[in-house]
Design a binder for this molecule. Structure first.
Ligand code: XMP
Length: 502
């Protein structure tokens, strides 16, 4: 496995993704973590928002140079250079965006990469002088020391970001480093993952009972199927209807689960949830209220099954967020509404997908034979439609959003657009506006349509639908959904907006 030491770069997850795409397993740790270097076969150092010139810039605790093949990216390259006798200074001009390699040496790192290759830069410091025992491997017109290598070692530094899409030969470079130079075999496949995970689950859980909360989403479903393959009847799943699901979703999803051989107890607690939300309008209070009722309902239901383990569909981005070098990222929203469960329930936690990215989870789901309609479903927030109803959550408001969402999502499916986008839904605004229907004046509510493209939900952009499509959806919603006389389309990206409205 490959070790990625993170200096806090926004691109670190991308490095991991690119390495995984090469069928090589890798793990990310903060730059100052206590890791057993000898259990890895190569190391990558990430970029960083810091400058090596700053007093409190992150510094490695471990002596790693020369021990394993090492590729240091951006800040990592500057750090190594500064640390081993080179000079790093503030650049006169900051360099962000495209650049082209004007000189490339014939080192194996640049095998199959030609002069002129486009690379992506993002730095304000430059390596002015290389350490004495380093040799230059590549330059651009503007920056001389773009890539270097320590003589007689497989220790490399590069100023650009091979992990981002705009570095056209970035993947080739990572391949060169990992496969040609570090001689790592490309054996991290979905099939191997499933085999290994089943073995370790069997060993770890032997004879024990596990309880798992299903949400109808991809992660919890794939986790459940994996655990169920390993321990069969000892897995008990609970699917709670919080009354905030999409139209017909509870029945539909339960049906699908039963067809998959999972033992699922459906708990209809919708009244409890809706009652607890009476009078609540603040987004955070809504999330917390829902989280609390969920814990109560789940706890009651799970007591019956005598479990010692709690299964969860946690995936890698959740884990990485909580080990970020700047500490857990600031709470923008109280996500991951089941996060409080383990402590209060006194259960051991089992998270078989903890090392996977979302698209890898989908591949594992396919490998396990889970239907594409479940695997490819859009993500849906734990607090459900409550955070798509601005203001108070009433039965009537839920019905309105459910109907509008149903029309929108069905239209996407009919037009073949559903699978091309990350997520779509309808939001109900708590304002009335004037309209005219027939000959009558109306004073009714407004629906917002939201659809975004994204890779991981961390950043997102609105989908540029054909106007005709939006027109059709708008007409259908206004004609069919009671109390709606206006439909608008949200054209905000994340950041600065978020995907959900609350
Ligand atoms: P935001 O709105 O923060 O959402 O841009 C990013 C992604 O996360 C989903 N989301 C949630 N998922 N519990 C979840 O399981 C939550 O509380 C929650 N809030 C947002 C959101 O739908 C999007 O895919």
């Amino acid at each position: 496995k490959v070790l990625i030491l993170d200096f806090g770069s926004q691109y670190t997850q991308l490095i991991a993704r690119k390495v995984r795409e090469l069928s090589i397993y890798c793990e990310i740790f903060p730059y100052n973590a206590d890791v057993d270097i000898d259990s890895y076969v190569a190391i990558l150092l990430s970029g960083s928002p810091y400058s090596v010139l700053e007093e409190d810039a992150p510094r490695l605790k471990l002596e790693i140079k020369g021990r394993l093949p090492l590729l240091a990216i951006c800040y990592g390259a500057q750090y190594l250079s500064a640390h081993y006798g080179g000079a790093v200074l503030k650049s006169e001009t900051r360099e962000f965006g495209r650049a082209y390699l004007s000189y490339i040496s014939d080192d194996p790192l640049f095998h199959n990469i030609d002069q002129g290759s486009q690379v992506w830069m993002s730095h304000s410091d430059s390596i002015c002088d290389l350490p004495d025992n380093a040799m230059l491997l590549a330059s651009t017109d503007r920056v001389k020391n773009v890539a270097y290598r320590f003589k007689g070692e497989e220790t490399y530094g590069i100023q650009f970001h091979p992990e981002v899409y705009h570095s056209v030969d970035g993947k080739q470079l990572l391949y060169n480093f990992l496969v040609r130079i570090a001689k790592i075999r490309q054996i991290w496949t979905t099939e191997n993952f499933v085999g290994q995970t089943l073995n370790s689950l069997k060993e770890k859980l032997s004879g024990d009972k596990v309880v798992l909360g299903l949400s109808g989403g991809v992660d919890s479903t794939v986790a459940a199927v994996l655990i169920s393959r390993a321990i069969g009847e000892n897995l008990n799943c609970i699917f709670v209807n919080n009354g905030l699901l999409r139209k017909g979703e509870f029945e539909q999803v339960i049906q699908q689960y039963v067809g998959m051989g999972l033992h699922v107890e459906g708990v209809d607690a919708s009244k409890r949830f809706i009652q607890s939300l009476e009078g609540v309008t603040d987004p955070e209070e809504k999330r917390k209220t829902i989280g609390k009722v969920f814990i109560d309902v789940f706890e009651e239901a799970s007591k019956k099954v005598d479990a010692v383990w709690l299964g969860q569909g946690t995936i890698y981005p959740d884990v990485i967020e909580s080990i970020s070098i700047k500490g857990p990222s600031a709470t923008i929203k109280s996500h991951h509404n089941v996060g409080g469960l383990p402590d209060c329930m006194n259960l051991k936690v089992i998270e078989p997908l903890k090392s996977l990215f979302k698209d890898e989870v989908r591949q594992v789901g396919a490998e396990l034979g889970i239907s594409q309609s479940l695997i490819q479903r859009h993500p849906f927030p734990g607090p459900g439609l409550a955070i798509r109803i601005l203001g108070e959550v009433t039965q009537e408001a839920i019905k309105t959003v459910q109907e509008a969402d149903f029309i929108f999502v069905n239209a996407l499916k009919k037009e073949g657009l559903y699978h091309d986008i990350w997520q779509a839904g309808a939001i109900l605004l708590p304002v009335n506006s004037v309209g005219v229907m027939g000959d009558e004046r109306t004073y009714e509510k407004c629906i917002v349509l939201r659809a975004v493209e994204s890779r991981d939900g961390m950043t997102a952009d609105w989908v540029d639908f054909p106007h005709k499509f939006l027109q059709k959806v708008s007409n259908e919603i206004i004609n069919k959904v009671k109390h709606i006389n206006r439909v608008v389309y949200d054209i905000s990206s994340k950041p600065p907006a978020t995907i959900e409205w609350e």
